[in-house]
Design a protein around this ligand. Structure first.
Ligand code: ZN
Length: 483
């Protein structure tokens, strides 16, 4: 932060602020309406097939679903000797940043408890040797105690907050103990701790060396998806001591990585960008209590997907007739999309079915926005939705992949079973860090309005590469001329 360019007002300009759409945006410079990655999972309305954003129809992990090239894809075309490498704790983070033509893409398979890749990418020769050294066994019996708090913190974090979640096999208070490896939640206890981040950065350091990144005249791209911060945030909430501690530790990991790059690649031979795939909302019960303590109230709460499904089934049963046992008029709910089950609905009037569904969704007290995706793609904005929010939603919508109906909670309401989460069009969910450091980048702190779609066009300009028709624009970095 001291020696780089820090953009303090960086916000996503799309509404579906979750992992898949966020990572797909980061190095394409395009909104989900262009990348086609509208959710972590989505359905194809024409074929009726549903699946995971980073898997093809045969189940192979890869970036086939992404409809625009990443910076790495563009670079590889004009500079075939360039390496494009993705490393992530989550497969979709590594895959959607690196793109389909990545030369190496590895991620952590939590079920197999090992680093892995897929048939979509060349198999790295070093994978088994990395698995031999960077594996979860070294955390058996480990304990997560917080680092000492620095002095002068504006707010001292509380450790045990009633509304927080519990560490796997434990509670909400430090220290957190990694479970026995035979425990079904052993892997979760490692992932929801800084140990998973340490493992990730150890792999990143190894990959820099083994792939000889940044060592010749052809520029390389290394994409790193951390995700430990996301796992911990979901359990303890954004204002927890656990989140504070993991960011303090992330700072140290980045310091070690920069020192490694300085030694190996050279201080003036790389550029680092730090950002996030989405923001996060506070725990609803925490802000409700905080409001009560200030003798006011705040409308915040939780929506379970099943509550939405029950409302839709009830409304459509009235319109279409009773459902067969164990069936539903809803095919899938993949936030923010609702996909209808046309096999059960039959030949009923499509527009009327969608209108009835939209009304049923909107009747939930926590739902702020329920829309037909046809209305979004055909630009029929209801007066109740402001233009900015409407644009965020439109940029998240891809005709044929977004569900027939989309829903977003009211501010401070969340959908799903996590203690804290993200996925809405509101300020707190769109706000992310953006920091630049390295070759030719002068120190700068800027509060100009900017967005993660600007990252790929900016990197393209630094590399002297034409990215094509991206949604973002190059940032006004104070670069010094070099080379
Ligand atoms: Zn998350």
């Amino acid at each position: 932060m001291a020696n780089g360019a820090v953009f303090t007002a960086c916000r996503y300009e799309h509404a579906n602020n979750i992992t898949g759409p966020g990572h797909a945006t980061l190095l394409t410079g395009c909104y989900p309406a262009r990348t086609g990655i509208v959710g972590n999972d989505f359905c194809d309305l024409a074929s009726g097939k549903c699946g995971y954003c980073a898997q093809d129809s045969a189940g192979v992990f890869g970036a086939r679903n992404m409809l625009v090239p990443t910076l790495g894809d563009v670079l590889r075309k004009i500079s075939p000797r360039s390496k494009v490498v993705g490393v992530g704790l989550k497969d979709r983070a590594a895959i959607l940043m690196a793109g389909p033509s990545a030369t190496t893409c590895v991620w952590y398979d939590a079920n197999a408890r090992r680093w892995t890749s897929s048939a979509a990418y060349p198999q790295p020769s070093w994978l088994s040797s990395i698995n031999a050294t960077v594996n979860v066994d070294r955390y058996i019996g480990a304990v997560w105690s917080p680092l000492p708090l620095p002095s002068g913190l504006p707010v001292v974090p509380m450790d045990s907050v009633a509304e927080e979640g519990a560490f796997p096999g434990g509670n909400s208070a430090f220290p957190h103990r990694i479970l026995d490896p035979s425990h079904p939640k052993f892997m979760a206890s490692v992932l929801i701790s800084p140990f998973s981040m340490e493992m990730l950065f150890d792999v990143v350091t190894e990959v820099v060396d083994r792939e000889n990144l940044g060592r010749d005249k052809s520029p390389d791209v290394l994409c790193v998806g951390v995700s430990t911060t996301d796992y911990i945030g979901h359990v303890f909430g954004p204002d927890s001591w656990e989140v504070l501690d993991v960011y303090a530790r992330a700072d140290r990991e980045i310091k070690d990585l920069l020192e490694h790059l300085n030694r190996r690649v050279g201080k003036n031979n790389y550029v680092l960008v730090v950002t996030s795939d989405h923001g996060v909302a506070p725990i609803p019960e925490v802000i409700r209590r905080q409001a009560e303590q200030q003798r006011t109230t705040i409308d915040a709460g939780r929506i379970r997907e099943v509550e939405i499904q029950v409302r839709i089934d009830s409304a459509l049963s009235t319109m279409l007739g009773p459902l067969a046992p164990n069936s539903s008029y809803v095919r899938e709910i993949y936030e923010p999309s609702i996909y209808l089950n046309w096999n059960a609905i039959g030949k009923a009037d499509r527009a009327r079915v969608i209108e009835t569904t939209t009304r049923a969704v909107a009747s939930h007290p926590g739902i702020g926005i329920a829309l037909s995706s046809d209305d979004v793609t055909q630009k029929r904005r209801p007066a109740a939705i402001d233009t900015a929010t409407w644009n965020y939603i439109a940029r998240s919508t891809f005709a044929g992949r977004t569900g027939e109906v989309v829903m977003y909670p009211k501010p401070y309401w969340i959908i799903g079973g996590n203690v804290a989460t993200h996925g809405t069009p509101y300020d707190y969910d769109r706000w992310v860090p953006m920091m630049w450091y390295g070759a030719g980048i002068a120190p700068l702190t800027s509060d100009i309005k900017c967005a993660p779609v600007d990252i790929a066009p900016t990197l393209a300009r630094l590399l002297g590469v034409r990215l094509g028709d991206a949604d973002g624009r190059p940032l006004p970095l104070n670069t010094t001329t070099r080379r």
